[in-house]
Design a binder for this molecule. Structure first.
Ligand code: ADP
Ligand code: GLC
Length: 477
């Protein structure tokens, strides 16, 4: 089948979180199954600066947006056997960041209308458009409502994947006609209406032929008020078309045997010894006390409430008493960043906080850590715990969403598990499990070794999930 994936970020070009990991790996897995997959992304400043010389101009045209004409330049390049398109507009996308601007609604309305018109301009009509998250949630509605008279558009089937229901793309109603070119009818009948305005996320859920999210547990959770982010009733209407398919990772990019970003490569046999060497190297790099008999706990994350940082903050004094070293890499909410800076200052040599985004350092943290902490409030899937397991780093997670589906908690009687977990969003529970992990690490090294082996034996590849996407695509007719 011909499949076009539309998203707001994707590797190997740009990344802020797990969405980019998915867009950078799933298309390649699907091509292995015989599909012809193309990907479209916005041409952000950072992509243009780094890659522009590798792209060729495929098409230029204009679209109407906000009562004026806007130019669209479509650039393209091949990455292995996947074609990537880039939508260029200097005003909308050549900015410092990807998201977080007052006119994000207009920017991504432009992006989606440019994609829809691109199909016509290139005379490329895939059988399936697979859109991801709110930034591309309007594409099914645009194809069906504004182009429904054209059977080339009408024949396209739409899959919409929710990576995070908390970010919905909700905007004022005035955008509907001016930016999206849709009729008021779809506001009046409720299809895109949300809380007096419009919602890209809701529209994607209602107009797509199939809706997916990134783990079976999250697919269940979002039908409840606790996780539904006020869209649970809308999702309930689509529940028979809602699939939960867990993410994988690119096991070539994330491979401790060949990873060029880490100082000592390792495999299942020599992991314990080599991890210590990686740990020593990271301790030197980050200014931590250099010793290999200390348990290192790593965090690589967006610093947001979603990731459970409030649980950590409630227990800072307890964490400071623990016989561990803590390495945190991330950026995000100011309150969390400030707390992390203070924590580091009070615990020099034991706790270190690197504020920012750093892919290379992330690899070294995954490789050097013994435990990876991810006590999320909610987690649609989570990529970090999968990477951790691949590097023999045991994840300690809250049993929610994809964390529940991918981490099998340690069972001391059965000697089973590939990590640690706790059930409730409660800092006391988290601390109890953390103490237990510390106990196993120091007092039962044989058991720890077994868990590390189990983690590294866990299948975190796309193999099984790509198969399910394949079934999903076939179920569209
Ligand atoms: P989310 O997409 O919600 O942020 P995931 O666990 O799905 O969470 O994916 C996060 C991805 O982003 C992982 O690949 C992780 O290694 C990476 N990442 C997060 N923060 C940083 C950072 N500060 N520097 C480098 N990589 C990061
Ligand atoms: C979102 C979710 C994360 C998921 C990622 C990729 O960012 O927060 O849980 O792994 O998307 O699907």
């Amino acid at each position: 089948m011909q499949i076009l994936m539309a998203a707001a970020e994707g590797l190997p070009f740009i990344k802020s979180g797990g969405l980019a990991d998915v867009i950078g790996s799933l298309p390649f897995e699907l091509t292995k199954k015989g599909h012809e997959v193309r990907v479209v992304l916005p041409l952000y400043l950072k992509i243009a600066q780094k890659h522009h010389q590798d792209f060729h101009l495929e098409k230029q045209f204009c679209i109407d947006i906000n009562y004026r004409q806007a130019q669209v330049n479509i650039w393209a390049t091949m990455v292995k056997d996947v074609k990537f398109y880039f939508v260029e507009h200097q005003g909308y996308f050549e900015r410092e960041s990807m998201y977080g601007y007052d006119d994000d609604g207009e920017r991504f309305a432009y992006y989606q209308r440019a994609i829809v018109e691109m199909l016509n301009q290139l005379n490329y009509f895939p059988q399936i458009i697979h859109s991801h998250d709110w930034h591309t949630g309007m594409i099914p509605a645009l194809c069906k409502e504004t182009h429904g008279f054209d059977e080339r558009y009408r024949n396209i089937r739409h899959v919409y994947t929710i990576h995070n229901l908390a970010y919905q793309g909700n905007f004022g109603p005035e955008m509907l006609n001016s930016c999206l070119g849709l009729e008021w009818r779809v506001f009046d009948n409720g299809n895109v209406r949300y809380d007096g305005g419009i919602s890209f996320m809701k529209s994607g859920i209602l107009y797509a032929d199939k809706v997916t999210t990134v783990s079976p547990s999250y697919a269940q959770e979002i039908l409840t008020p606790q996780y539904g982010e006020h869209l649970e009733a809308v999702l309930e209407m689509r529940k028979y078309d809602l699939w939960g398919i867990v993410n994988g990772i690119d096991i070539e990019d994330w491979n401790p045997k060949t990873d060029r970003e880490i100082p000592y490569n390792f495999n299942k046999v020599n992991v314990i010894k080599k991890k210590k060497q990686c740990k020593n190297a990271l301790q030197k790099e980050m200014g931590l006390e250099v010793k290999d008999d200390v348990m290192m706990v790593g965090v690589v994350s967006r610093l947001t409430w979603q990731k459970g940082f409030y649980l950590l903050m409630e227990q800072l004094s307890e964490i400071c008493r623990m016989p561990i070293q803590l390495v945190v890499l991330g950026s995000g909410e100011a309150e969390i960043e400030t707390k992390m800076v203070q924590l580091e200052e009070g615990n020099k040599g034991r706790i270190v906080f690197y504020r920012g985004y750093n892919e290379s350092l992330a690899h070294r943290i995954y490789a050097a850590s013994d435990l990876f902490l991810m006590p999320s409030l909610f987690e649609p899937c989570g990529i970090s715990q999968l990477i951790s397991m691949r590097y023999g780093t045991l994840p300690l997670v809250r049993e929610t969403g994809g964390l529940r589906d991918t981490v099998d908690p340690y069972n001391e009687y059965e000697h089973s598990g590939n990590g640690f977990s706790f059930a409730n969003y409660n800092s006391g529970e988290m601390i109890q499990v953390l103490w237990n992990a510390i106990h196993v690490y120091y007092d039962c090294p044989k058991n720890w070794k077994e868990l590390v082996k189990n983690a590294m034996n866990t299948d975190v590849s796309w193999e099984k999930s790509a198969q399910i996407y394949d079934q999903l695509y076939h179920s569209l007719w």
